[in-house]
Design a protein. Structure first.
Length: 419
């Protein structure tokens, strides 16, 4: 039986850790230098991160970003417009920035607005790109008009704790996760909170939506992965507590595998339907895997706390190639443009970088195996995705946490009335 980890006192939630990192970043960056030199170092150090065999096949210097924008403050999140060359970023100051980008020119800032009183941690385009939704540590959700930059709706006290994550589910539904593990689902047409899951005991670090089965997968600082069924209004599965916090997640292999990033650098692979414990551990990263995005069913792109963006293969598990180095500081978020031409990244160096994805992918492939540890015999790459399967080993009662695994259907304010 696996015992639950007892959290130590001190900063444990995402922004607390990031504030510490930000102070370290400011202390390390000489203020007299131009912003392009913040965090600058010998580019040859990029190749020194890898083994001598890989070093000989790496470029002498890392590729340069196609475009850069100085954000002036530390960013938390970014999102690309679904159809136009626009990218939004959220900052620790509570500001929301919108940029227009074009090839062979630097991004043009269209507006910078003070959307929140405290740090703006999450940002997403909604309503076909007409509106930007943002979530904050001040517990509010704000809707900002893309054309004017003006706030068109605000929901104060949307959560009881600071909002850490915001994802789009459908054209009319979004989900938010907070610092204490609560997930809320909002229906913009009905203008209400239609689901509320109190599954986790620490901050929600990442979420993704499975449209075929109407489920939200979430990772948390409590070290667990949960599967939340919106149709049945209940938590279908929750994994055992892992040795690490779970920081990021993507669904791979046509829905058969769920991959989670951890502070130790290990990628945990869960087989669909067998969420009690991970089936594989891939130890290819040397530092924390803070953010990931899915490129295709076989490969993902990871952003780590060493500042390196990597192309990672799943089953077989391998580091295919380092794509780029944002800076020497942790990468906070990465995203793909709507045409998949540009990869956006933000880090504690306060710079938004847009990379030509095709140029990065055309770099030399230097496959690095890493160590893969199989955790159980129930794993199979041929596992079919069956969301209704409930193995007897997973039928664990959570009735002891009354009110912790359920959902509520309570109307919220008419925050979405103007959307």
């Amino acid at each position: 039986m696996r015992l639950r980890r007892v959290a130590l006192t001190g900063p444990s939630r995402k922004e607390d850790r990031n504030n510490i990192r930000a102070r370290l970043c400011v202390a390390a960056c000489p203020t007299s230098h131009h912003h392009k030199h913040r965090g600058a170092r010998d580019p040859r150090l990029f190749s020194l991160r890898f083994s001598p065999q890989l070093r000989r096949r790496l470029p002498a210097t890392p590729p340069a970003a196609a475009m850069e924008a100085d954000l002036e403050e530390m960013p938390f999140d970014l999102d690309f417009h679904p159809s136009s060359p626009l990218v939004a970023t959220s900052l620790i100051t509570g500001e929301l920035h919108l940029y227009r980008y074009a090839a062979e020119s630097q991004p043009e800032r269209l507006f910078a607005v003070k959307a929140h009183e405290e740090s703006c941690r999450a940002v997403r385009f909604v309503d076909s790109g007409k509106v930007i939704l943002s979530g904050s540590a001040d517990r509010s959700i704000v809707a900002t008009d893309v054309e004017t930059g003006k706030s068109i709706a605000r929901l104060e006290d949307a959560h009881e704790d600071g909002i850490n994550r915001l994802v789009c589910l459908t054209e009319n539904m979004v989900a938010t996760g907070d610092d204490e593990g609560c997930i809320k689902v909002w229906d913009t047409r009905e203008r209400t909170c239609c689901n509320s899951f109190h599954t986790h005991e620490d901050y929600i670090s990442d979420m993704t939506y499975v449209s075929d089965t109407n489920q939200i997968l979430a990772t948390s600082g409590d070290g667990t992965l949960s599967v939340n069924n919106l149709r049945r209004n209940k938590v279908k599965f929750q994994s055992e507590f892992s040795e690490d916090e779970l920081l990021s997640l993507v669904i791979m292999k046509n829905g058969k595998k769920v991959v989670c990033g951890t502070p130790s650098g290990a990628l945990l692979l869960y087989s669909w339907g067998y969420f009690q414990d991970c089936s594989d551990r891939f130890l290819g990263h040397t530092q924390s895997v803070d953010t990931m995005l899915k490129l295709d069913e076989e490969t993902l792109i990871s952003g780590a706390s060493d500042g390196v963006i990597r192309l990672v293969g799943i089953l077989p598990n391998r580091i295919i190639q380092p794509l780029a180095e944002h800076s020497e500081y942790p990468i906070e978020a990465i995203a793909l443009s709507n045409d998949r031409k540009y990869l956006g990244s933000i880090s504690h160096d306060k710079i938004l970088k847009l990379w030509d994805l095709q140029e990065l992918m055309n770099g030399p492939q230097v496959v690095q195996g890493g160590e893969s540890v199989r955790a159980g015999s129930d794993d199979s790459d041929d596992d079919e995705m069956d969301v209704d399967m409930e193995p007897s080993s997973l039928k664990r009662s959570r009735s002891g946490k009354k009110g912790k695994g359920g959902s509520s259907n309570r109307p919220a304010s008419d925050f979405f009335a103007d959307l």
